[in-house]
Design a protein around this ligand. Structure first.
Ligand SMILES: Cc1ncc(COP(=O)(O)O)c(C=O)c1O
Length: 338
């Protein structure tokens, strides 16, 4: 079997999810989310985030982000985010097109925003000439594999609410974050005051499917309409819901994320021991960022492919998944040393 360190998106589907898809393929079931699988999955989300949580399923992470942001912004609003944010650099301007808002992308070196960085941008001082900040969006784990601590999230939520802003979290890798911080989803998200969470499934072993969790039900009011208009209302929704139940029910999400994170720690420690390689971000979840001389990187890529991150610095991203094995890592390291 050919594997790689390119992305957790390159991995296949974990066995529990694949079984759930086959089990869900029995007979007929009501469409558009009126099926028992969807009710069951929603209950699983309530167990994780609390009874007030309202959950909706979509096909992909871009939709989870943009439809939730669009349904809570007006065209004169702006969304404060990191310059590295997926919504800023990897969603083809979907935020600008579908939410119709300006993104205020703040520079940083580790993917994280701080309250000090955000504070100067929370008010439209030149009202009505300036766009009006409406949402702060942070990513957990960040696009550089780093983590916000629970208290950092809480501080950003407090700042957002002080200025009547909404806090959105892009949680494409929220499972990796929770496991790394050794805290529950409720402690990291509900109790810190996060308003809206895009909850990732695909990178954690699903075939497809992400969800939006509204921690304040009133923010969910228009989501269904935006989702349908945004072409993300799945008619055979049971096949997304059944996958989520399989991930959440017996804590498969934790098992998968823990495995991926541990493998990144293992691989990271091996790479750090190689003189020509310099680890460039803290290894906190399932990704490693490293500066590697081009010729060595090419040799490594020929064994197990991985992507350049910032070619101007010879920086690369190496990702582990729920199915990365220790043997694959050892073989990868052997080829570097040979
Ligand atoms: C931080 C982050 N957010 C969201 C996404 C979701 O993207 P997609 O629309 O490809 O599912 C990704 C995928 O790479 C991501 O890394």
């Amino acid at each position: 079997m050919i594997k790689s360190f390119a992305s957790d998106n390159w991995a296949g589907v974990c066995p529990e999810v694949m079984r759930a898809l086959i089990d869900a393929n029995q007979g007929h079931s009501p469409a558009y989310g009126a099926d028992p699988h969807t009710s069951e999955a929603k209950q699983e989300f309530k167990k994780l985030f609390g009874q007030k949580a309202e959950v909706f399923f979509v096909y992909n992470g871009t939709a989870a982000n943009i439809i939730s942001l669009a349904s809570n912004s007006r065209s004169f609003n702006s969304i404060i985010c990191s310059a590295h944010a997926h919504i800023n650099v990897d969603e083809c301007g979907a935020g600008e097109k579908f939410a119709g808002t300006k993104l205020l992308d703040l520079p940083n070196t580790d993917g994280k925003l701080t309250t000090e960085m955000i504070l100067p941008h929370v008010k439209a001082d030149r009202y009505p000439h300036q766009s009006v900040p409406g949402i702060i969006s942070i990513t957990q784990a960040t696009e550089l594999g780093t983590l916000y601590t629970v208290s950092e999230i809480e501080a950003i939520a407090d700042l957002a609410h002080k200025y009547n802003l909404i806090l959105h979290v892009d949680g494409a890798r929220i499972a990796n974050a929770a496991v790394a911080l050794n805290c529950s989803m409720k402690e990291m998200i509900t109790d810190t005051g996060v308003d809206i969470l895009s909850f990732g499934g695909t990178k954690n072993g699903m075939m497809f499917g992400e969800s939006v969790v509204f921690l304040k039900p009133e923010l969910a009011e228009l989501f269904e309409l935006f989702r349908k208009q945004g072409m993300q209302l799945a008619s055979k929704m049971r096949f997304i819901s059944a996958q989520f139940t399989a991930l959440l029910k017996d804590n498969v999400w934790e098992k998968n994320a823990k495995h991926a994170n541990e493998k990144a720690q293992y691989l990271g420690s091996k790479l750090a021991g190689i003189q020509e390689i310099k680890i460039s971000q803290k290894i906190e979840t399932n990704g490693i960022w490293a500066i590697i001389p081009k010729s060595l990187a090419e040799k490594m890529q020929n064994t197990q492919f991985f992507y350049p991150w910032d070619e101007s610095k010879d920086e690369y991203r190496i990702m582990c998944s729920f199915d990365t094995t220790r043997d694959e890592i050892d073989q990868f390291i052997d080829t570097i040393l040979s």
